[in-house]
Design a protein around this ligand. Structure first.
Ligand SMILES: NC(=O)c1ccc[n+]([C@@H]2O[C@H](COP(=O)([O-])OP(=O)(O)OC[C@H]3O[C@@H](n4cnc5c(N)ncnc54)[C@H](OP(=O)(O)O)[C@@H]3O)[C@@H](O)[C@H]2O)c1
Length: 369
């Protein structure tokens, strides 16, 4: 059903490539495809330009939260296809982190290592391809000082096989030592190891402090990556969105489709398995149904899927770049169809009002640090 509705511009391009039958895509599809690629936005006050939607790579190689605690060759091929299809569709911004696919998790492969491999393999057949990589520093309690940021960044670059990345973010605020971390971000820019720097899971007041500290060195804080979706609107309520807009810091929205729940594929009878099942219980999914039904109805008017509607809702908030996670080519392809059109203001407001009737799930505790 989802694919029947999917008007993704790269559908023909990607499927023809997959079948090995390189049929020329029709001119209009080529046009939309290159429009997504070229319609880039500046990340905050930095010079870095990225696509209006990025792809999250947390699930790639992960065995602690995703993939039913197992990683295998089939999942690897699917993740690589997600990467290639995203690029085929013009989406070239990828988000990873040093802790994704942690070596402490049995059978895991580091997500940075995988992303680096996918980029390298892509460059062999497509040397001109330009990909923007965002990765993150884990502010673990025993890591202190600016040097720890540079050391971790160099390790990330080694895993990625790159000499620099486009965006380096502090994954969460440290319990202590934040001043040193911000100094480390500044050093990374000055040493040419990153194009832009950002934070993640930062409250409005921590965001302002980080912004001011970097500003003294003439470095813009480009982004704050936080949990934001139609059913998790904490950034609208806790001042984070307003602070981002005021300071000119881009809000990067993580878990933008509520870990798959807003796609409509999970129901009270068919809840997600694994750790997600603890959060998105049958009881929660029952309360979600009226909203999902309305999203579906709205999408039908535009020939769009639920996934595309909820991502479009986020993009319409302005100054927001969603980074949905794609496990396979089909998911990546569907994301591209979230761009290039717009819900009306009435529809945007109606969806927010309906969503307000649902009590949000508990977020990642680091938001509260
Ligand atoms: N900074 C932070 O602290 C933080 C925290 C969380 C995430 N992130 C970043 O944000 C990215 C995205 O967040 P997320 O992965 O938590 O959640 P998400 O993007 O809301 O959901 C991703 C999951 O939804 C399902 N899905 C994706 N596309 C679909 C489609 N078209 N149709 C049906 N199901 C689909 C897939 O899982 P199934 O197929 O298994 O259902 C996929 O793994 C991460 O990859 C990571 O880069 C950052």
């Amino acid at each position: 059903m989802a694919m029947a509705m999917n008007v993704s511009p790269c559908f023909c391009v990607a499927s023809n490539r997959r079948s090995g039958n390189r049929v020329r895509a029709v001119a209009s599809e080529d046009l939309v495809f290159s429009k997504i690629k070229d319609d880039k936005v500046k990340l905050g006050g930095s010079d870095l330009e990225v696509t209006r939607l990025g792809i999250g790579a947390w699930s790639w190689g992960d065995t602690s939260y995703w993939n039913n605690f197992e990683w295998d060759d089939r999942k690897m091929k699917a993740a690589k296809a997600a990467f290639d299809t995203s690029v085929d569709c013009g989406i070239t911004f990828f988000d990873t982190a040093e802790v994704y696919g942690s070596r402490f998790s049995f059978g895991a492969i580091n997500s940075e290592t995988l992303l680096g491999r996918f980029i390298k393999e892509r460059k062999v057949k497509d040397p001109e391809v330009e990909v923007a990589v965002a990765t993150k520093y884990a502010a673990l309690p025993w890591r202190l000082g600016r040097q720890s940021v540079l050391t971790a960044l160099k390790d990330s670059l080694n895993r990625l096989g790159l000499s620099s990345v486009e965006l380096y973010q502090l994954h969460w605020p440290g319990i202590w030592g934040n001043e040193g971390y911000i100094d480390g971000l500044g050093d990374a820019v000055e040493q040419g190891l990153v194009k832009a720097v950002g934070v993640s899971n930062y409250s409005a007041s921590r965001l302002r402090d980080a912004y001011e500290k970097l500003k003294k060195r003439g470095i813009p804080l480009a982004s704050n990556q936080v949990n934001y979706s139609l059913i998790y609107r904490a950034p609208e309520e806790n001042g984070v969105k307003a602070a981002c807009d005021e300071l000119g810091v881009t809000l990067i929205a993580y878990s933008p489709i509520a870990q798959g729940v807003l796609t409509g594929k999970y129901t009270p009878e068919n809840p997600p398995t694994g750790p997600r099942g603890q959060i998105y219980t049958p009881e929660f999914l029952t309360k979600l149904q009226p909203l999902l039904n309305r999203i579906k109805e709205m999408g039908e008017n535009y020939s769009k899927t639920n996934t595309q509607v909820v991502l479009n809702w986020l993009v319409a908030q302005e100054n927001v770049i969603p980074i949905p996670g794609a496990k396979n080519a089909q998911q990546a392809e569907e994301f591209a169809g979230a761009l290039g059109w717009r819900l009306t203001s009435e529809e945007i407001d109606e969806l927010r009002s309906l969503a307000m009737e649902i009590k949000p799930v508990t977020g990642f505790p680091v938001e509260k640090l």
